[in-house]
Design a protein around this ligand. Structure first.
Ligand SMILES: Nc1ncnc2c1ncn2[C@@H]1O[C@H](COP(=O)(O)OP(=O)(O)OP(=O)(O)O)[C@@H](O)[C@H]1O
Ligand SMILES: [Mg+2]
Length: 444
């Protein structure tokens, strides 16, 4: 057993480790059973394999401490369903199956037909078997069950070892990956199909039609640009994710970031008849530790959205603030609004600097708020003008802010605009260290 565990450290790969744990456990459980036989002979009262760890033989203690649920099952006859019993359950198994007694009827703790079938294969056909077991309920977990025969007990009962491995997270990751691929291909296929259609038309019945050609080429160009944007956003997202765990190290002034974004967005704002207004902080600057290009990308996405959903005559206000607590950054601005924190910093900082983008557009219904930062999520039926987005903007924003250990909150009133607030740990001028809280409160 010790040798087997020592080997574990040298074997690479999860599969190999899992099967080594299994082998080690089978060996240890056999020893537990042997220990137990000796106990039975000495003292019937001491036969419980669920004895407290301090009094238990070392192998029991070892198996009890394993994070994966493990049970030993015994059965005399194939036809006798009530003869299938669990005779040992480690702590994780007792928790999973809510087992209180030291041993008992197998069907009283598990009824899943696939799992019971796998157990029978190991018990009566001496074969290794696997099954997927779902716990059900509101927080259902998915576990993979491995069952192995472990020989006969003194009374001739067949014995099997059942161990379970939690695969819930693995499945979620896999589902996210599949959804992402399906969404990305769908988003690319739409403009591609439109391009192919127009090429066919231009070669066919619109061949000699000068007017149609100009019009179609314009649409084709817009579709090609959309595909370009989509690929740029996808690449950007994967680059950001790749470096998300590496904290940025430059000192960046958010006032400069906002000024750059406003300069770049001004022509589009003028074209749409929307006024861009900046409310600077009471301090001359708002310093954070960050990656400037990424922070520009964050503010650009928020301003871009605000402009996209604004109408002629609306005002988009960008407020920069300093010296605030996280609670102050996310506090209600309009009491009647729906409000949600889309990202909360996991390490709290003393003070935060924030950039808040407020528009007078249609607002976002409460039920959409939790999904805004999902990749490709767009609110159905919203008018976004001729420049419809890819639904990746806010996903990019969230990942960048996460890298900066900051937070993101949204507040919205239907018909009366949205407010997005990004807040980032602040640095005192010239220090490179987090700043002390100041009591200046910014006006909205
Ligand atoms: N200021 C806003 N007002 C109203 N709805 C908004 C606003 N900002 C975002 N939304 C909604 O959230 C959705 C997701 O926004 P996101 O920025 O991720 O995608 P997008 O703007 O559609 O595309 P992209 O940013 O990739 O060009 C938008 O499609 C829109 O429905
Ligand atoms: Mg956007």
């Amino acid at each position: 057993m010790v040798a087997a565990l020592a080997l574990l450290g040298q074997v690479g790969g999860l599969g190999a480790i899992a099967s080594m744990v299994f082998v080690a456990t089978v060996t240890a459980v056999s020893l537990v059973i042997a220990d137990r036989r000796a106990e039975v002979e000495q003292d019937a009262a001491a036969s419980s394999a669920l004895a407290p760890a301090a009094e238990a033989p070392p192998y029991s203690a070892l198996i009890n401490a394993l994070p994966d649920p493990i049970l030993v099952i015994s059965a005399l006859e194939r036809d006798d369903l009530t003869g299938r019993r669990y005779i040992f359950a480690n702590s994780a198994a007792r928790e999973l199956f809510r087992i209180e007694a030291g041993e008992g009827l197998l069907v009283s703790v598990m009824r899943d037909p696939q799992l019971l079938e796998a157990v029978d294969l190991a018990l009566f056909e001496a074969r290794d078997a696997e099954a997927v077991y779902e716990t059900g309920g509101a927080q259902s977990r998915v576990l993979r069950a491995f069952v192995r025969p472990i020989g006969l007990a003194l009374d001739g009962a067949h014995l099997a070892l059942l161990s379970l491995r939690d695969e819930t997270e693995l499945r979620q990751v896999e589902r996210t990956r599949v959804d992402f691929l399906a969404n990305a291909s769908h988003e690319l296929r739409t403009p591609l199909a439109s391009l192919a259609g127009f090429i066919e038309t231009l070669r066919g019945h619109a061949k000699g039609d000068e007017g149609a050609r100009e019009r179609f080429l314009g649409i084709m160009q817009a579709q090609a640009e959309r595909m370009n944007r989509l690929i740029d956003d996808l690449m950007s997202l994967s680059r950001i994710e790749l470096h998300e765990h590496v904290a940025p190290s430059d000192r960046v002034d958010l006032c400069g970031v906002v000024a750059d974004v406003v300069d770049a967005a001004s022509p589009l704002a003028a074209e749409r008849g929307v006024k861009l207004q900046v409310q600077p902080p009471s301090d001359a600057e708002a310093l954070v530790i960050g990656a400037r290009d990424q922070l520009v990308q964050v503010v650009q996405n928020l301003v871009d959205n605000a402009l996209k959903y604004s109408s002629m005559g609306h005002v988009v206000t960008i407020t920069i603030g300093t010296g605030q607590s996280a609670e102050a950054c996310t506090a209600a601005i309009r009491l009647e609004a729906s409000r949600l924190s889309l990202l909360t910093p996991d390490h709290s900082s003393d003070t935060y600097a924030f950039v808040r983008v407020r528009d007078q557009g249609p607002g976002i219904e409460r039920e959409h708020l939790p999904r805004l930062t999902e990749r490709f999520y767009r609110v159905e039926g919203q008018k976004s003008g001729e420049r419809s987005g890819t639904g990746l903007g806010l996903a990019i924003v969230k990942h960048i802010i996460n890298r900066h250990r900051g937070g993101l909150a949204v507040e919205s009133v239907r018909g009366d605009g949205s407010i997005f607030t990004v807040y980032l740990p602040e640095t005192a001028a010239g220090s490179g260290r987090p700043a002390q809280r100041r009591e200046s409160v910014m006006e909205m």
